[in-house]
Write a protein that binds this ligand. Structure first.
Ligand code: SAH
Length: 367
């Protein structure tokens, strides 16, 4: 019960409840169980964020619901649309005033949404903008759902893929993330296939092992970024806590338990992890692992002086992996013109909340 109670109020966060939990709550109020299903459909299928609009419920019940439960909703604060590829970045305001960002990308195989799992992050990865001010708080399951629901409402298009690759470390907000995964893939609801959902982690071993036992079919992405602990520790503080052999052993267990091939994210940083010696070490490290490597040219942030590798280095690195038995792709950069890297938009918004649009932002809607 306490898990889905909101911290700042006594009211229960109704959208984070599984249907059987909602049924218990509703029958506990002296109502029939079928009311729970009606309410659940309003929230998770019709994406309604106001009890008043649930017009197949008696008015008195709608009032009692509002007294007992809180129904979360996000307010769009800013929407940026890329002129290059139509990618949209959304800044959403939460009910407590915090802002988070989510990204909507169109691919041939459908629309993909990248969501945040926390406000800020405490993992401290050196190249990442989300972590510069530390962790503010965890997002509830409902607030993760709301990012997808709002984007579906605002774009008028169905979301078919979800990646938890926005701000935050999902394994640092484990219970809410798992609850979110079950709700978004369940029915009634948007019923997004678990195989179309990716959870990205910086490598928190106990979280990976726990997720392996949840009987979920989601893809696990590991933020690797280096072929050895020595380099990895210079980029990611978490590497001091969990050594690579243990992280990879946990990934192997994840594959064995779920049958899902892994994704290894590798952000190429000029002069840090992008030469052929590192490519060679990476091939040795990943030999026999079932997965593929996603090379991401690092997106420079102004607070750090990491630079992107040159095209020549990127392609030489890719070529080395491909010719040595490792499946690899260079991630297509989406929304390059709209503050692409994790957490950058939220930061720029907080730094200059009243200023006009940035010159590079071709189409800016301020709400
Ligand atoms: N906490 C999760 C999700 C983070 S964001 C994790 O660590 O996996 C998703 C990916 O983007 C991670 O691999 C992260 O390391 C990477 N990333 C963050 N900032 C970046 C930047 N400026 N350039 C390139 N990749 C970045």
């Amino acid at each position: 019960m306490t898990e889905y109670k909101k911290m700042e109020t006594d009211k229960i966060d109704i959208k984070s409840l599984y249907l059987p939990e909602l049924e218990r709550e509703i029958t506990g109020m002296g109502e029939k169980a079928f009311r729970a299903k009606q309410i659940y459909q309003w929230m998770h299928e019709k994406l309604i964020t106001d009890f008043e609009r649930m017009d197949n419920l008696p008015k008195s019940l709608r009032e009692r619901l509002a007294d007992r439960f809180v129904l979360t909703a996000l307010t769009p604060a800013q929407i940026l649309t890329s002129q290059i590829d139509g990618t949209k970045k959304f800044l959403f305001r939460l009910s407590d005033g915090n802002v988070i960002e989510s990204v909507w990308m169109q691919y041939h195989h459908g629309n993909s949404v990248c969501i945040s799992s926390q406000v800020g992050c405490r993992m401290g990865c050196r190249f990442c903008a989300s972590t510069l001010d530390g962790l503010v708080r965890n997002l509830t399951a409902s607030e993760m759902l709301d990012q997808i629901y709002q984007i579906q409402i605002l774009t008028g298009e169905r979301v078919s893929n979800v990646v938890i690759m926005g701000s935050g470390e999902p394994m640092d907000n484990y219970d809410n993330v798992v609850r979110f995964l079950r709700l978004i893939s369940g029915t009634p609801g948007l019923h997004i296939s678990q195989r179309s959902i990716t959870v990205s982690t910086c490598g928190i071993v106990p979280g990976i092992l726990r997720l392996a036992e949840e009987d979920l079919q989601v893809t696990l992405a590991l933020s690797l970024h280096a072929p050895n602990d020595e380099i990895r520790r210079t980029l990611m503080p978490i590497a001091r806590r969990y050594a690579l052999p243990d992280v990879l052993r946990a990934c192997r267990t994840y594959f064995e338990r779920t049958g899902r091939r892994l994704t290894f994210e590798y952000s190429l940083v000029r002069g840090v992890n992008d030469n052929l010696e590192e490519a060679r070490a990476l091939v040795r490290l990943l030999a026999g692992m079932h997965g593929h490597v996603n090379l991401i040219p690092v997106n420079p942030i102004k607070e750090r002086d990491y630079r992107q590798s040159g095209q020549k280095e990127i392609h030489a690195f890719l070529h080395y992996l491909e010719t040595h038995g490792i499946n690899a792709t260079v991630r297509r950069e989406m929304g390059r013109d709209i503050n692409g890297a994790c957490g950058q938009l939220r930061r720029s918004y907080r730094e200059e909340p009243v200023s006009g649009p940035h010159p590079e932002e071709k189409e800016v809607e301020r709400i």
